[in-house]
Design a protein around this ligand. Sequence first.
Ligand code: ATP
Ligand code: MG
Length: 407
Amino acid sequence: MLYRLNNAGYQAHLVGGGVRDLLLGLEPKDFDVATDASPEQVRSVFRNCRLIGRRFRLAHVHFGHEIIEVATFRGMQEDASPSDMDATNGMLMRDNTYGTIEEDALRRDFTVNALYYNVADFSVIDYTGGLADLENGVLRLLGDPATRYREDPVRMLRAVRFAAKLGFRIDPACEAPLLDLGFLLRSVPAARLFEEILKLFMSGTAVQAFEKLRHYNLFAELFPETDDCLAHEEQQFPITFVVRGLHNTDLRVREGKPVTPAFLFAVLLWEPVRRLFEQLVASGVHYSIAMQQSGGEVIARQIAQSSIPRRFSMPMREIWQLQHRFEQRGGKRVKRLMAHPRFRAAYDFLVLRAEAGEADAALAQWWTDIQEAQPEIQNQLINKESAATGRRRRRRRRSKPISPGEA
Ligand code: ATP
Ligand code: MG
């Protein structure tokens, strides 16, 4: 497709993450194309092409199931300042300023993201020292770091994300402002942060991303309540649940298994949910109601930071809600729970809790065994448990008054 543009008399370059990853020997996620043809000219070359975007006009060229994004070189206008954002018409014009390839390079974020692969002569075009930085494993912002972070605070998260994914170090001059500018993330639209969080934690290097975010005080901007929980030790043990959950996500990504945003956010928000849940239970609220309430409250406060679409927050709450039901191992309840559409995710969650020392390891093992067992053995396990629970319950009833929650 790049040759089609060339043959029509235009420049055509691969750019961005695709070129960076190819040069590093990684498998590129996607390719972006940059050209000196205007979006309308691109459309005249490709039948299967749609122009999209208002702020940034792009051409999407469709090839079967694939879509290739073709962007016209953008000019050197400063990124919109808050006052520009309000001046609706002015902004449209300014953001569609076209420029030369050199100007296009300079308005990208990192030097290693500003390399162009020219298909006309198979050369890599490097205006910014990106090749040297790639060689040395350095992430370096173009221009003055603090200014570039202020223009678009998501660049701070991108710095962390690429450092984690590529194993690069962030250039000291770009690193220093990270520690002070985290608050800028508060002005980023919640939906954009949600997308960026998924990229940070669902690309196979979530643990590294998490540790860097914590190091630069950025995690507290994304998940303030979780960060607060992590700052406190529990019975002298640091809380390891989150990092274990992220490690588990990384393994799944690397094995090509599915990971869902619902499970990820269930992990990331569990500590504050659990904290509130335990307070409510201690004050006499019934388990099930306490979980409803704490899940609801924590999510309501979180979506002020990053949105969580309902299609993910509903299953998250179910995962949390089912945790207590694992403790009831008698009779029909077991099979009913196993037939629940969220059983598998909730079980995985229970295993993580057990690994972190927060849930009973024997309980998690029981649920592992029951799933692997043949039907007759399953029934034996359940009956044994029913009898045991019955005994426990009778004993407890006699020795202790019924708690307000149970009544
Ligand atoms: P990924 O592997 O995640 O796709 P990428 O570098 O391709 O990494 P994209 O978000 O796909 O990241 O963006 C493509 C290119 O657009 C980047 O390589 C960079 O040159 C430019 N870019 C993206 N976001 C920004 C930004 N916030 N500021 C400046 N340039 C950006
Ligand atoms: Mg990309």
